[in-house]
Write a protein that binds this ligand. Structure first.
Ligand code: ADP
Ligand code: ZN
Length: 606
């Protein structure tokens, strides 16, 4: 790693020292040092790195070491609040300026600026763009302008924010300071767009691998969704997780259902009163083991590092959003599980939403293609990580850490099934939903089947060995393999493609995924979070102390210490503050503030 840095610059040497002293981290994560080197050398930088890879450090460390101010533009107040709390816990002078700042906070900021003490100022884009803010900041030396979540600047990015478009104006007004833009999601066109809209000079662009090897990837057809999600959550008792739902109502239903069964679960969506939303988010951050049942309104800016599982109760909206959402699991690098449920209904619904939306035709086509990509990922018969990284332009070997690699997906010769299903499409002239066709194939004489005389068809009951649900799965795969398509000119009638016609005649092979729905197989592969040799009682006691301190300080637990730190304490059992200071994540400030209390607990268990 970093072969080019064999001779260490003085700046990098200072950065390494501060990494250890202030943050208590033993080494840089991949990419960090190389990017910091570019920043120190005066270059503008764009860094595209996956969630949890440690992008914040890229501007926090220069801020810490520099003389002037580092200005951080961040789109969300929650994100700022969190980072400011974290920085202060590390003993770094940081503040946030946004619509919630009151008079006292603003006065403290002016004082900090005037005394040249403030190292990091987080600011919301609309606030920065105000004349009074620019006028104020104009008087101080700005060493670095950092743009967090930089994909918001691009209309190609999926969280476009109009205020971000005007950041270049702000940079101009501030005398074009050195700039670093960081984001977790930007494909080629988005990167080009960011480069053009933010920078005055050609930035150095760093794109780190998108692989998150600690995440287990799994996708499953919806069978009994609530039970599937419950099992996933219960294989992580006492640990935090997020379940993303497509509707607000579903978040509330699921939270109620889980609560009734005895698991602490809370809803989160944009329709909740702000106080409720904030309270639920705080509970998720401060307590252990909360399941957040949320719409996609939740997550951006919540950088809780110890989320141990992320599920999708419904199919996400695109591969980018899928990856961003599961990326909220396991930011601390420890094992985490992900599970995405999808169903034919989801796919149909999305397709209709796109079709009936009022986007221009070109945009609709892009969205339809993004949807097809996602369906292809759901239905893939190859290593999921290979397929997923392929979408980001990366290659990898079969990963051994996804459901397909683990053999949860078996392929069988599906030639006969394909013939039966395709002929059902033809005999009903493509004018019926898959659910109806599935009933015909299974031989289920529903009212609708009888009304249309479909119980008289030759195809009726030819697939009685499979349930209607099983047949829906077959149709999903026929769509995914593009044997069936829709005739948009004829009310979306189902038609066979050329490949479909060949399959109907039995001329082409068709591999069918036989999803083995082994209901409880999950528990077996669950990696223990506490290392086997760590003292479990001690770990629990340390967590309890952390929870109490977090509650008292009204702060997220990980601002005190992340899980990894507590695990190491439980394992290493430091005997004094010097040994305590050697533990991962224990910098000098935290050692002074929290060290004695945690040491007392360790000694109690000695
Ligand atoms: P990102 O912004 O890329 O999603 P963060 O900057 O929030 O990620 O970092 C994720 C977590 O990793 C944080 O808890 C952070 O303190 C931690 N972290 C960052 N750099 C290192 C490092 N070099 N060693 C250990 N932990 C690190
Ligand atoms: Zn794999």
């Amino acid at each position: 790693m970093d072969a080019g840095l064999s001779t260490v610059t003085p700046d990098i040497a200072r950065a390494r020292e501060a990494l250890h002293r202030v943050f208590g981290f033993s080494a840089f994560r991949p990419g960090q040092e190389e990017i910091l080197d570019a920043v120190f050398s005066g270059r503008d930088v764009m860094a595209v790195m996956p969630t949890g890879s440690g992008k914040s450090l890229l501007f926090q460390l220069p801020a810490l070491l520099g003389e002037g101010l580092t200005l951080v533009v961040s789109p969300l107040i929650a994100l700022m609040r969190d980072q400011v709390a974290q920085m202060r816990a590390y003993g770094v002078a940081a503040a946030a300026l946004n619509s919630t700042s009151d008079g006292a906070e603003r006065a403290a900021i002016y004082e900090g600026l005037e005394a040249r003490q403030l190292r990091l100022l987080y600011v919301a884009p609309e606030r920065l763009l105000r004349d009074d803010t620019l006028e104020l900041l104009h008087h101080y030396r700005i060493d670095l302008l950092a743009i967090d979540e930089a994909h918001c600047v691009s209309q190609w990015g999926h969280d476009f924010r109009p205020e971000y478009m005007r950041l270049q104006e702000a940079a101009q007004a501030l005398g074009r300071p050195k700039t670093i833009a960081v984001t977790a999601t930007a494909d080629g066109p988005t990167r080009a767009d960011i480069a053009q809209r933010l920078f005055f000079r050609e930035p150095r662009v760093f794109v780190r691998s998108f692989d998150r090897p600690n995440l287990f990837l799994a996708m499953r057809p919806k069978a009994d969704a609530t039970r599937q999600l419950w099992d996933a959550a219960q294989s992580h008792k006492g640990e935090s997780g997020i379940i993303y739902c497509a509707s607000r109502r579903r978040t509330e239903e699921l939270a109620a259902e889980f609560s009734q069964r005895g698991r602490r679960a809370l809803p989160y969506h944009a329709g909740l009163a702000p106080v409720v939303r904030a309270a639920n988010q705080d509970a998720f951050l401060q307590e252990d083991g909360v399941v957040m049942c949320a719409t996609v309104a939740f997550g951006m800016g919540v950088d809780k590092p110890d989320v141990r599982f992320v599920c999708h109760a419904d199919m996400p909206s695109s591969i980018e959003s899928y990856y961003q959402e599961i990326g909220r699991a396991g930011r601390d690098g420890l094992p985490a599980d992900t599970l995405t449920l999808y169903g034919l209904g989801d796919i149909e619904l999305r397709r209709r939403q796109i079709e009936e939306g009022n986007a221009p035709p070109e945009r609709k086509r892009i969205e339809q293609e993004k949807l097809e990509d996602l369906v292809a990922l759901c239905e893939c018969a190859r290593c999921r990580r290979q397929v997923l990284l392929g979408f980001f332009g990366e290659d990898c070997a079969p990963c051994g850490h996804c459901d397909v690699c683990k053999g949860a997906v078996r392929l069988i010769d599906g030639r006969i099934e394909a013939q039966k299903a395709l002929s059902a499409v033809l005999r009903t002239e493509g004018r019926f939903f898959f659910g109806h066709l599935a009933n015909i194939l299974s031989g289920k004489a529903t009212e609708a089947v009888e009304r249309h005389g479909h119980d008289k068809l030759k195809t009726f009951g030819v697939g009685a060995d499979r349930s209607p649900d099983g047949w829906r799965g077959v149709f999903r795969q026929l769509i995914s393999a593009r044997l069936i398509t829709r005739d948009h000119g004829d009310r979306d009638r189902l038609v066979l493609t050329e490949a479909g016609r060949r399959a109907l005649k039995g001329e082409a092979p068709f591999d069918l995924r036989e999803d083995v729905l082994a209901p409880r197989e999950k528990g077996a592969r669950k990696a223990p979070l506490t290392p086997r040799d760590a003292d479990a009682d001690l770990y629990a006691a340390l967590k309890a102390l952390r929870a109490a301190m977090a509650k008292a300080a009204n702060q997220p637990a990980y601002v005190i210490f992340p899980d990894r730190t507590l695990i190491e304490m439980a394992k290493e059992k430091p005997r004094n503050l010097v040994e305590m200071g050697e533990i991962h994540g224990v910098g000098e400030q935290k050692l002074e503030k929290f060290g004695p209390a945690f040491l007392a607990v360790v000694k109690d268990h000695a």
